[in-house]
Design a binder for this molecule. Sequence first.
Ligand SMILES: [Zn+2]
Length: 207
Amino acid sequence: MNLGILLNKHVEKLHGEREGVCVLCGNKGRGFSINKVVSGNFTAWEFLNAGTIFCETCASSYKEQKLRRKSWIANQNEIIYFKNDDAEHYLFNPLEPPFFIHIAKKGQKQTWLSLFNVPAYNKNAYMFSYENFNYGIYFEKNKAKKYLDLIKFLLKKKVVKSELYQGIFKSKTWEKALKESYEEKLFEAKEYSQNPLWMVMVDVARI
Ligand SMILES: [Zn+2]
């Protein structure tokens, strides 16, 4: 199983022109020369492996523009494109495995290619992709819930996302926390802020 196969039903099927080894899935088969598939401003060379073609299956999903522009969750039967207001819901309540989740930001870089051969099999612990990171992020449900509760608590206290994202707080933020006796929450946030999962949770948290 790979994401080409997972997404197969949801994308327009392309028919290959030549034989070769696929740079995404590594399989031998029919496909397209690499230059024919990627554009001049292709930004994801680091996600490709040794090979000579994009096979039909992989090229079909790679060329689907919606997979680049939008956030999505998919399994073999279903694909849901979602707004990032709903990202929390889908991260905590994914589809039946194997599934995959990609969270887009600007809709430019297909960082889901970095996990092309890593669909998710466990709803409580899995890898997903987030456009701002060139590598996969490990979702652990308990940890994510703990992060999210803390983030929402601090957002309600008017701590801003840019502070939470970096774990660096303004003196005014510390003053308010000391006055209202939740400064330990800021220390805790500071400790978590280096974790990519924390950063995604800050981004997707809504109060
Ligand atoms: Zn392939």
